[in-house]
Design a protein around this ligand. Structure first.
Ligand SMILES: [Zn+2]
Length: 388
């Protein structure tokens, strides 16, 4: 394989992703994969998708009829989750909004969430993690030299959401994940086994000081158990039309929302991590993936994306200020921070990984559940099978 720099002819992904490959026309595996997936997802017939959307909404309403809440929506203050709240209001759902406060909220994010709550009238529950413990975990990932410093946040958010869902007996979680804006993402730019609790424990044991007990996490067994108990994550967003500019306009006009310069910039840590750390330490610029996604759904031209990539993700002096802020919040001097940052990178796998399969008895139970549903329950009209 040549190490020469090459960029896709159709999107803006390039050889900074080591897993990239190109076809004879110079198109990359990421946008080709996107097209194949979109044919089965967001590029399907508009009416067909809308019917699935309506069916999902009806199911959530029917199952939550006599309850205070019929679903949970995790809100970060970012565009995708804020839009979910607008949709929930549009279609008459009764969500409990949950915000995971990991100590890194941007002031703008807090304001946006408050505006969202005021506009929607929905209840908000803020899950505040024990900062000292969470800090210790984040620093462990930093010291480990691995690429994905967002694993703790991602793991804790979903763990916390399920804890709250169980406490309130809310079976549906509306997720902002979607093919429209976040389908393209190279596996070498993240740790794809986000819920590998063994890997997390190993990293924490080696680099942490052990003050973090009770980690809200979702192991593979817990996830399968949740599904057996009927907890479902639904991505309603994908089955509606998507217009990036219109969504932003609605958020601004209707709730007075403030727009961030880049996706996922509602957290100071994420902003610094994506806008500085990943670029400097790993030569990874996640904007390439986000912009490529928008190109593939025809909401941005390739030239516009290339133009945007010439700029810094955000102002350089603000990057420096964020760096000082992160170092200070982690109890490092800038020199100590730089020293750790400049150490060689290490793969997540190096620290050992857990089994990706759930226990055999849970898998067997899931099998019987599916047989029961498809053989008996659905034919009797007890519930409708999922189309997905
Ligand atoms: Zn491409």
């Amino acid at each position: 394989m040549s190490s020469e720099y090459k960029q896709c002819k159709r999107c803006v992904m390039d050889t900074t992703s080591i897993n990239i490959s190109f076809d004879s026309e110079g198109n990359c595996n990421y946008c080709s994969h996107f097209l194949r997936e979109a044919e089965k997802g967001i590029f399907r017939d508009k009416i067909f998708r809308y019917n699935i959307f309506k069916k999902d909404i009806e199911e959530i309403k029917r199952k939550g009829k006599n309850k205070k809440y019929d679903c949970i929506i995790g809100v970060s203050g970012g565009i995708d989750s804020s839009y979910m709240v607008l949709l929930a209001k549009d279609y008459g759902l009764k969500p409990l909004l949950v915000h995971f406060d990991n100590g890194w909220d941007d002031e703008l994010a807090v304001q946006n969430i408050n505006k969202l709550v005021k506009y929607s009238g929905f209840d908000l529950y803020t899950y505040v993690i024990n900062w000292e413990g969470f800090k210790d975990m984040q620093k462990s990932y930093f010291k480990a030299g691995v690429i994905d410093l967002e694993v703790p946040t991602d793991m804790f958010i979903f763990g916390a959401l399920f804890e709250i869902a169980k406490k309130h007996q809310i079976k549906y979680m509306i997720s902002g994940n979607n093919q429209w804006t976040e389908s393209i993402l190279p596996r070498d730019w993240i740790y794809s086994r986000k819920f590998d609790f063994v890997n997390m424990q190993n990293i924490y044991k080696k680099f942490g000081n052990g003050i973090l007990k009770n980690i809200p996490h979702l192991s593979i067994n817990r996830r399968l158990l949740n599904s057996l108990l009927g907890y479902k994550s639904i991505t309603i967003f994908e089955n509606l039309e998507f217009n990036n500019k219109e969504i932003k306009k609605r958020l601004i006009d209707e709730i007075g929302y403030s727009i961030y310069p880049c996706k996922h910039f509602e957290s100071i840590f994420t902003r610094f991590y994506q806008g500085y750390y990943l670029r400097k330490k790993f030569n990874v610029d996640k904007r390439k993936a986000h912009l490529s996604n928008l190109i593939m759904i025809n909401q941005l031209t390739r030239d516009e994306a290339l133009e945007e990539l010439k700029n810094e993700p955000y102002e350089i002096d603000r990057q420096e200020r964020d760096k000082e802020y992160v170092a200070k919040k982690w109890d490092y001097t800038i020199d100590e921070f730089n020293e750790i940052m400049n150490q060689p990178s290490v793969s997540h796998k190096f620290y050992g990984e857990g089994d990706e399969k759930a226990s055999w008895y849970l898998r067997l139970l899931k099998y019987f559940q599916l047989v029961y549903l498809y053989k008996f329950a659905y034919p009797l009209g007890l519930d409708k099978p999922e189309i997905r």
